[in-house]
Design a protein around this ligand. Sequence first.
Ligand code: ATP
Ligand code: MG
Length: 246
Amino acid sequence: EEEIPEDHPRYQDLLTRHRIEKGVEKGITHLQGMHAEGRGSAFDYLLGEATIPSADDAERVAAAHLLLADHPVLSINGNVAALVPGEMVELAEATGADLEINLFNRTPERIEAIADHLREHGAEDVKGLEADARIPNLDHQRAKVDEDGIYAADVVVVPLEDGDRAEALNEMDKTEIVIDLNPLSRSPQVADVPIVDNIIRAVPNMTEHARVLADEDEDELQSIIETFDRETALEQAEARIRSGEL
Ligand code: ATP
Ligand code: MG
């Protein structure tokens, strides 16, 4: 990361790409994660590479959901682990959530590499290694989750999630928070709280909101949640992209 000058106009994008490349080298990120990153990068460009106001709202609402939850879980895949490992650990700490590794291309080696990587970034307990439960209506490999993790969770954060799995999770009666730069992708389309923002900006901002909201009572958190409209959040992101105003 030292090689990228911080005053470069596209610093964040270059940093993101570099972290994914390192993730692939380390065996954390699948090669397909580079394609996902490329798609994300194009949408981020169209969003002006900034957190738009509707995304900031969604991030605050997501923080309120996590604070109110009985059993919140943050899902980690290969791109998430490469891009924001320490930031996910901090969000988990700020909200009392568990971290669970949840891979589209699941191999024992990648699971181990990601668990080690998260521990290097301060994670104490990492779930997803047991895989002793299944999400209904998904093929066997994609369905694996921890019984006392995502399976039992009442609120889940699934960043950069595959559309099929986002749908299947949603049918399980959980509050689903999706972070995805493409507002037209199925995952944000099915989410209860779609966050259309780069995960690199979204996660630290959610943590900041969680810290500010930590002392609020339940009624206040509930009223923050009730002000949110998922359709409006998706429409505002799409409108920003279509406006061509950077
Ligand atoms: P599908 O419609 O089948 O889901 P897809 O193009 O969404 O196809 P995925 O593999 O699900 O394919 O793509 C990953 C998603 O993650 C894309 O929607 C992309 O915009 C998003 N994405 C990639 N990098 C980031 C990032 N850094 N922050 C937020 N979202 C990202
Ligand atoms: Mg998608």
